[in-house]
Design a protein around this ligand. Structure first.
Ligand code: XIL
Length: 372
């Protein structure tokens, strides 16, 4: 994959500082009863605490670790009420050879989720990265019609394969540049900007009950990119394109502030859309200083508070379980420590901060989730 440098962000607030006001009063929906064969989650687990606000708390799951590391598997099952495949629903994994699908790893994750009473965020259908090598080689010399047929088949086949099993799909991922222009991808080059609306229409036809999301990074705060996504989803909604929500990846860096996440989530919600924090992590330069860790704790706390304060925010997903398995060190040299579990899968103060934030919010209004 390409290396991307991001202007990440984060607040320097510590737990409790800058607390958002959580409105009181509305009833919250009871979480669905998990199947009886799974071990009940401890009362102080993230998932048990989040359920008291009707929020799904998720993690990106590495399916190799799920299969081989029992400690990792136990955490994934007991702490989270939603899972996102970190890689195994991406095009390069599901269709390594043109015309030959391999759903096995993703199917295993869906079964794991079902066994553990978890919902699945499908990730991701249309992206410029982690495409199969055969596609990268062939697409540039294809006609627009051929590329369109290829993309449509991919979206329809994948959504159909998982029909009824996916709660939220990230239909289109990272279509914008930081300056708010559309990213120059093979899809834009061959199909023009209409590929985004088309992808949502195709996905909706294949699974009308799945919630369909646009997902991106650096849109957590207002600015050119967030404004461009806002305009896009406003236009799509006005045109009757079947889009249900916007995913805010929330890859933060301890050195940058995060000014206005809650207000920004709220303005998207005001369009009638759901929102979700889909890939939360807070990286920092290594080794971590106490000041940096405080900033990391503040980043997890304030992003969760923002989601809890917005009823349309359906889920809060951390990107990776364990600093040893995070994508950050590979992509941001010299940085890491971005997850809520340490190198030995022990919970960090960042984990405790999420626990405390959820406990404080328990009983506040539930989610405005049409699927519950
Ligand atoms: C990352 C995975 O975490 C890595 O394992 C993989 O090598 C590259 O992709 N935005 C996204 C995610 O939408 O799919 C990316 O996941 C992280 C950035």
């Amino acid at each position: 994959m390409s290396i991307r440098l991001r202007a990440g962000l984060i607040t320097s607030a510590v737990i409790g500082a800058g607390a958002v006001i959580l409105s009181q009063g509305a009833a919250f929906a009871a979480p669905p009863t998990p199947p009886s064969h799974h071990t009940p989650a401890p009362a102080d687990s993230l998932r048990a605490l989040a359920s008291q606000s009707g929020l799904r708390i998720g993690a990106a799951v590495n399916t190799d670790l799920l299969a081989t590391n029992s400690e990792y598997r136990a955490i994934a099952a007991s702490q989270f009420s939603s899972v996102t495949p970190e890689n195994v629903m991406k095009w390069e994994v599901v269709e390594p050879t043109q015309g030959t699908y391999d759903w096995s790893a993703a199917d295993d994750l869906v079964s794991f989720a079902q066994q553990n009473g978890q919902l699945v965020r499908g990730h991701t259908l249309v992206w410029h990265s982690q495409l199969p090598a055969w596609l990268n080689a062939a697409a540039p010399s294809m006609s627009s019609d051929q590329v369109r047929a290829l993309l449509k088949k991919h979206v329809v086949d994948e959504v159909t394969h998982f029909k009824g099993k996916i709660w939220q799909w990230d239909v289109v991922n990272e279509a914008f540049n930081d300056d708010g222009t559309l990213r120059d991808t093979i899809w834009l080059q061959k199909l023009g900007p209409g590929y985004i609306a088309d992808a949502f229409r195709w996905a909706h036809e294949a699974d009308p009950r799945a919630l369909l999301f646009y997902n991106d990074y650096n849109i957590e705060f207002t600015g050119p990119k967030s404004n461009a996504v806002y305009q896009l989803v406003k236009d799509l909604t006005a045109q009757g394109v079947p889009i249900d929500g916007v995913g805010f990846q929330t890859h933060l860096d301890s050195q940058y502030p995060l000014p206005d996440l809650q207000n920004n989530l709220q303005r998207f919600a005001a369009l009638g859309l759901k929102v979700a924090e889909t890939e939360v992590d807070v990286r920092t330069t290594l080794p971590v200083t106490p000041v940096e860790q405080n900033a990391q704790i503040g980043g997890f706390t304030s992003t969760l508070q923002a989601c809890l304060a917005v009823r349309a925010c359906l889920s809060y997903t951390v990107w990776g379980i364990g600093d040893a398995y995070s994508w950050v060190p590979d992509v941001f040299p010299g940085e890491g420590a971005a997850t809520i579990y340490d190198e030995n899968l022990q919970p960090k103060p960042e984990y405790t901060a999420l626990q405390q934030t959820l406990a404080l919010a328990a009983g506040t209004p539930g989610r405005n989730d049409p699927r519950r």
